[in-house]
Design a protein around this ligand. Structure first.
Ligand code: NAD
Length: 258
């Protein structure tokens, strides 16, 4: 039970990577707060975690600072304290060529992927400072380190997340708080499935061909599983992970080597 009694907020905790992290943290004794824009998925995951009182589903739009503040207020009421662990996982990924990247698409990526991470971290850190212990884990992407065609908004937002991670990590390094980013390649979730659909729609390739092309972006020729990402998050959240700080750790089968 590496996270016994820890309070962990996982944004986007109702499905995909966030859900796997929530289940893994709960398995290790954490009380988990699952936040997402709509109730359905987070309520389902909370019910799956089961034990009365250990999972709190919250509707929260991380791009809305008032909604984030409300979530932290609810956590305080429910658990009597702030979060020990914050996983900034909520995110969107839409693709478009530059000319078709309109203001709305651009702003949405910055608002959710980057500002959402900032708002939640700023709200979480005071309680961590009081306790002298905390973990912030940002689910970024290898697109936070490299570029690719048609994902300018997504890549820019994730590059921003890495800058935020590194700066806050140094600011808090002597206070018992670590701040790290996880940088996955393609992970087997709805997001990757939408990527396949997108390639199919835009190129006329079959779904199988599109999936093969996505797999080939990894030298391991496969998608990463959500459980692999959750295992890395657990290490970063645990006591044993205390020396890992300010890092952006790739989990991509070796696609990006820096
Ligand atoms: P997903 O689409 O299955 O889940 C995204 C989650 O974020 C959902 O629960 C959704 O409700 C939530 N969300 C979106 N906007 C939100 C908002 N404004 N407020 C609160 N919650 C919001 O995606 P996933 O694959 O599980 O992705 C999780 C994270 O991992 C994202 O940050 C994504 O960029 C990153 N990532 C995913 C992949 C991949 O291939 N799936 C690769 C690299 C990085």
């Amino acid at each position: 039970m590496k996270l016994e009694n820890r309070i962990a907020i996982i944004t986007g905790g109702g499905r995909g990577i966030g859900r796997a992290i929530a289940l893994e943290f709960a398995r290790h004794g954490a009380r988990v707060v699952l936040a997402a824009r709509t109730a359905q998925d987070v309520e389902k995951t909370a019910a799956q975690i089961g034990n009365e009182g250990t999972a709190l589903p919250v509707v929260c739009d991380v791009s809305d600072v008032a909604s984030v503040q409300l979530m932290f207020a609810r956590v305080l009421v429910k658990f009597g304290g702030g979060a020990d662990i914050l996983v900034n996982n909520a995110g969107i990924a839409e693709s478009a060529p530059l000319a078709k990247t309109d203001d709305d698409l651009w702003q949405r990526h910055l608002a959710i992927n980057l500002s959402g991470t900032f708002y939640c971290t700023r709200a979480a850190v005071p309680a961590m400072l009081e306790r002298g212990w905390g973990r912030v884990i940002n689910v970024a992407s290898i697109a936070g380190k490299t570029g690719a065609p048609y994902i300018a908004a997504y890549a820019a937002s994730k590059h921003g997340v890495l800058g935020l991670t590194r700066s806050i990590a140094l600011e808090l390094a002597a206070k018992g708080i670590t701040v790290n980013a996880i940088c996955p390649g393609y992970v087997d979730t709805d997001m990757a499935a939408r990527g396949v659909e997108n390639v199919t729609a835009k190129t006329g390739r079959s779904a199988e061909q599109a999936l093969e092309a996505i797999k080939k972006t990894s030298p391991q020729n496969r998608l990463i599983t959500v459980e692999e990402v959750a295992a890395l998050a657990l290490l970063l959240a645990s006591e044993e992970g205390r020396g890992i700080n300010g890092q952006a750790i790739n989990i991509d089968g070796g696609a990006v080597l820096f």
